[in-house]
Design a protein around this ligand. Structure first.
Ligand SMILES: [Zn+2]
Ligand SMILES: [Zn+2]
Length: 349
C-alpha cells in the first residue's frame, strides 16, 4: 500500500441542518480490514435520502460523518481474505453490506440481510470522499463500456426502480403503471423500467417544466399536478378503469389520489416517503377491490449485476442529471432541494 496517499479529501457532515453543515476535511485514507476492499471512488450519486440524512431524519447517521451510499470506483487495495477482486478492478458498490448466511441472504434476499450494518454512509463512512473501505461482498464488477457515473446510479436509483417494479409489483406487459415523483432519480428510472417491462407509463410530476424530460425518457402520459390531485386524470387516461400499479415515490402526500386512481386488483408500492405522516385505509376498500399494498427497499446483488449488463447492452440508460466535483456537495444538495435537478446528480472525485 506504499503507493497510496495517506490522507484524502472528504466532505464531512458536522451537524444536522442545511448544506452549510458540510465541510471539506482532510481525513486518513481508511485501511481495509479482513474481508474488506479499499476503493478509490470516482463517482457518488446524491440521493434525496442524503438530503433527509443531512437534515437529521435518520438518527443512525453518524456525526461527524461521511454520508453517501451510491458509489463506484476502482479497487485500490485489498484487506486479508478479500477475494474475487484485484487492484485496478472497476467496481460498483451495493447500498449496504450483507452477511451471506442469514435467513434472508440464503433466499437471495440479501438486500434484507438480518446482520447488515445498514446503508453505507450512516453508521459507517460513505461515498462523499476519495476513498472508502467496504466488505468485498458488497462489490460488483462494472462491465466495459459503462462509466463510473452510470455505475454509481445503478444500485439505488435504477435498482430501486427495477426491484420494486419487476420483483415486488410484478408488472405485466400492457398494465398501466403510475409513477409519482417521476422526474427524480428513482422516478425517471422507474419510467424507463416500466416501459422495458411492457407497461404503459403514466408519470406524475408537480412541474410543467419536467414534462419534456419525462416524455423523452419514456413516459406515455404525463400528469402535471402541483397539488398531487391526479386521481381523475389517472382514471380518464385509463378509460375510467384506474391504474394497475402505483409506484409511489412521494409517499403519504400522494396517497389519497393514488388510492382513488387504482383499478380493481391494483398494487400500490411504497417506495419513498417525504414526510412522516401516516396514511389511512378502510379495510373494506382493499377487500372489495382486492388491492395490494406493498413496500420495497433496495435491490439484490444479483439484480445489480443484471442491471449493469442491461446498461452495457443499451437496454437501460442511467440518467445522470448532472455531475459536480466532490467539493460542491453542498451545491448538489441545494439543487436537490430546489428541484433544479432532473434524474440523478453525481459527485465526481
Ligand atoms: Zn440512494
Ligand atoms: Zn444476511
Amino acid at each position: 500500500m506504499n503507493h497510496l496517499k495517506s490522507t484524502m479529501q472528504a466532505i464531512v457532515l458536522q451537524g444536522y441542518g442545511g448544506p452549510e453543515q458540510f465541510a471539506a476535511v482532510e481525513l486518513p485514507v481508511p485501511v481495509p480490514q479482513d474481508g474488506e476492499v479499499l476503493v478509490r471512488l470516482r463517482a457518488t450519486g446524491v440521493c434525496y435520502h442524503d438530503v433527509m440524512a443531512r437534515q437529521g431524519h435518520f438518527p443512525r447517521t453518524a456525526l461527524p460523518g461521511v454520508i453517501g451510499h451510491e458509489m463506484a470506483g476502482e479497487v485500490a487495495a485489498l484487506g486479508r481474505r478479500a477475494t474475487d477482486f484485484a487492484v485496478g478492478d472497476r467496481v460498483a458498490i451495493l447500498m449496504k453490506d450483507h452477511c451471506g448466511h442469514c435467513r434472508q441472504c440464503v433466499r437471495a434476499r440479501d438486500h434484507l440481510c438480518e446482520n447488515g450494518s445498514g446503508l453505507f454512509g450512516e453508521a459507517t463512512p460513505g461515498g462523499y470522499a476519495e476513498y472508502v473501505a467496504v466488505p468485498a461482498s458488497a462489490l460488483v464488477h462494472i462491465p466495459a463500456g459503462v462509466s463510473y457515473e452510470q455505475a454509481a446510479v445503478v444500485p439505488c436509483a435504477l435498482g430501486t426502480a427495477y426491484h420494486g417494479l419487476q420483483k415486488v409489483a410484478a408488472v405485466q406487459p400492457g398494465e398501466a403503471v403510475l409513477i409519482t415523483g417521476a422526474s427524480g432519480g428513482v422516478g425517471i428510472h422507474a419510467v424507463q423500467v416500466a416501459r422495458m417491462l411492457g407497461a404503459r407509463t403514466i408519470a406524475v410530476t408537480t412541474s410543467e417544466a419536467k414534462r419534456a424530460f419525462l416524455v423523452e425518457h419514456g413516459a406515455d402520459d404525463v400528469i402535471v399536478s402541483p397539488d398531487l390531485d391526479f386521481a381523475a386524470q389517472a382514471r380518464a387516461l385509463t378509460g375510467g378503469a384506474g391504474v394497475d400499479v402505483v409506484f409511489n415515490i412521494v409517499g403519504q402526500m400522494a396517497w389519497a389520489a393514488a388510492l382513488k386512481g387504482m383499478a380493481l386488483g391494483a398494487r400500490h408500492v411504497f417506495v419513498g416517503n417525504l414526510n412522516a405522516a401516516p396514511v389511512s385505509l378502510r379495510p373494506a376498500h382493499a377487500i372489495l377491490k382486492e388491492m395490494s399494498f406493498l413496500g420495497t427497499d433496495g435491490v439484490t446483488l444479483a439484480e445489480v449485476e443484471t442491471l449493469l449488463e442491461l446498461v452495457r447492452l443499451g437496454r437501460l440508460k442511467p440518467v445522470v442529471g448532472g455531475s459536480l466535483p466532490l467539493a460542491e456537495a453542498a451545491r448538489a444538495h441545494q439543487m436537490m432541494e430546489s428541484r433544479e435537478a432532473c434524474g440523478r446528480l453525481v459527485l465526481t472525485m
